[in-house]
Every structure is written in C-alpha cells, then in structure tokens.
Write a new protein. Structure first.
Length: 143
C-alpha cells in the first residue's frame, strides 16, 4: 500500500510558480529542483512536482489540458480549522490566484478554493473531526 503521494503538475513558468507557492507558505526540496522541475513539500507524505510544460510532455503522449478552459482535476487539501482554510485562500489571492467559487459552509464541513497561476484548481477543506464516523462500512463496488 502506498504511503506517500507525488502529484505532477505542468506549469508555464517554473519561477513564477515557485514564487506563488512560496507566498502560500510552501517550501521546496532543492535536491529535486532544476530548470525543469521542483518538488513542492505539502507535508511529510504529500509532494507536488511542478514541471515545466515542455518537460512534463516527456512523460505522456497526451496533450496537456488547457486548464484555463477545462478542468483536469481538483486538488483538495485538508486544513486544521476554518481560519486556516480562509488564510490559505487569502494568501493565494494576494499572490495572484482567483477564487472560482464562494466558500462552502455545510456546518460540519467548510471549504473554499483557488485557481493557481496555471489554472489548476485547489480546494482547501476543514471537516469537524467529531462529524467523521470511522465505523461506517463502505459498500463494495458492484454490490
């Protein structure tokens, strides 16, 4: 079973992306950083490889999604509380991001998000831990 996640995202301008995510409070692993890529550290188990588009294309035969016009994925990160959700989105907007939606408050769950400089969608969610029932079984596929 995998214990870490490495998300690979294409970016148009690596230096601008590094500057943007630095303003959000993220750091980078210099060992995996050069003119083509950088390894952004989200947590001790989550990393985002920001790859210059030309380099990203060496890993796939498919076209890179134009994230200004289509959604490739929504990357969702958890936050410690509602204030942390709002704080990260506020930092993202100050660094040049946009907010495609209003915050969503469902009582036990609160989230908001932003669109980064390359059009990637990021959601930030807080869920009240007391609202999570760890005992609920998940239905099996095809059942």
């Amino acid at each position: 079973m995998a214990t870490k996640i490495f998300l690979n995202l294409p970016v148009k301008d690596l230096n601008k992306s590094i500057e943007f995510f630095t303003q959000l409070g993220y750091s980078f692993n210099a060992q995996f950083t050069n003119e083509n890529a950088t390894c952004m550290i989200i947590s001790e188990d989550i990393f985002v490889m920001l790859l210059v588009e030309k380099y990203f294309k060496t890993f796939t035969r498919k076209e890179i999604a134009d994230t200004r016009n289509v959604t490739e994925a929504i990357i969702c990160l958890s936050a410690e509380n509602r204030e942390a959700v709002d704080d990260l989105v506020r930092k993202a907007v100050a660094a040049g991001a946009t907010t495609p939606n209003e915050p969503q408050d469902q009582g036990f769950m609160y989230g908001h998000g932003f669109e980064d400089l390359d059009g990637h969608l990021w959601e930030v969610m807080y869920m009240d831990p007391s609202a999570i029932n760890q005992e609920q079984p998940v239905a099996e596929a095809g059942a």
